[in-house]
Design a protein. Sequence first.
Length: 61
Amino acid sequence: MLSYVKKILTRVSFDARLFEKELRKAIKVLIAEEVQELRNWCYTNYGNQYEAILNRCFVLA
């Protein structure tokens, strides 16, 4: 499931709203260990572009 989520986020990364929407859905679906791995992956790949969105979404996760 995690690899699927990564593919989706990569495909919607051109649009901030879509990216945030899909990220929120992913956090709800994944288990805690996968959320942590997703968090690391997101900050590595999209930290510069969407840092505010990542901070907003992962503060509750």
